[in-house]
Design a protein around this ligand. Structure first.
Ligand SMILES: O=C(O)[C@@H](CO)OP(=O)(O)O
Length: 247
């Protein structure tokens, strides 16, 4: 048995374009992001990789990307499930801050520790502050699960229960599964799938809007490590751009 999983990071958001830490702040796609999401749908159509079910976060940049991509391959009608556990990493007090200014103020080491270390979260966000989500009705049921900051390790811990409970059953039933999510929630999933070490995951970046295909064996291990981008050339360039943000 093999199962087919497609990971899709949302297209460029307006805050990606402005180089701001975003996390759980619910910003829309930029015009370029809309084009990227549509292109993602074309790539799915060209590859005849047609999802049967889609899982998204609760953030509009992932939801819009899924809608646009699915529309592009005539799959806008499939079952959809959304869950906060697919949200972007909560960026704590860095949410809304300029990446370049943060790099200049705190230096390369601290900046990269916050951005890419496995287990160092940024400082926690103040409750009630502009970019905090404590008043957001979509998270009202979360109680003490509502994060005030997260490192990638925290994202792995909150994502895996959803993977096991919601995504794995879809894969086991033979469905082609699309997961439309975020740079860091997808890094957490790739870490799990490929067994990437805590150190090596720091160097892994996911480009916006380019579907990443994983064929999984009966143990849900990737047949090809790292999966396959549907547009490898575009992915290589875009991965470099993500890695260099803030510079
Ligand atoms: O700001 C964010 O939420 C993320 C993704 O855009 O940024 P980074 O790649 O720096 O983790």
């Amino acid at each position: 048995m093999t199962a087919t999983l497609v990971l899709l990071r949302h297209g460029e958001s307006v805050w990606n374009a402005e180089n701001l830490f975003t996390g759980w702040v619910d910003v829309p796609l930029s015009e370029k992001g809309v084009v990227e999401a549509k292109r993602g749908g074309e790539l799915l159509r060209e590859a005849k990789l047609l999802p049967d079910v889609v899982h998204t976060s609760l953030l509009r940049r992932a939801i819009s990307t899924a809608n646009l991509a699915l529309d592009g391959c005539d799959r806008h009608w499939i079952d959809v499930r959304r869950d906060w556990r697919l949200n972007e990493r909560h960026y704590g007090a860095l949410q809304g801050k300029d990446k370049k200014q943060t790099l200049e103020a705190y230096g390369e080491e601290q900046f990269m520790l916050w951005r890419r270390s496995y287990d160092t979260p940024p400082p926690a966000i103040e409750l009630g502050s502009t970019y905090s989500q404590d008043e957001d009705p979509r998270y009202a049921g979360l109680g003490s699960d509502l994060p005030r900051t997260e490192c990638l390790k925290d994202v792995v811990a909150r994502l895996l229960p959803y993977w096991e409970k919601a995504i794995v059953p879809d894969l086991r039933s033979g469905k082609t599964v699309l997961v439309a999510a975020h740079g860091n929630s997808l890094r957490a999933l790739v870490k799990h799938l490929d067994g990437v070490s805590d150190e090596a995951i720091a160097g892994l970046n996911i480009p916006t809007g380019i579907p990443l295909r994983y064929d999984l064996d009966e143990d849900l291990k990737p047949v090809t490590a790292g999966g396959t981008y549907l547009d490898p050339e575009a992915a290589a360039g875009a991965i470099k751009a993500v890695a260099n943000q803030g510079r």
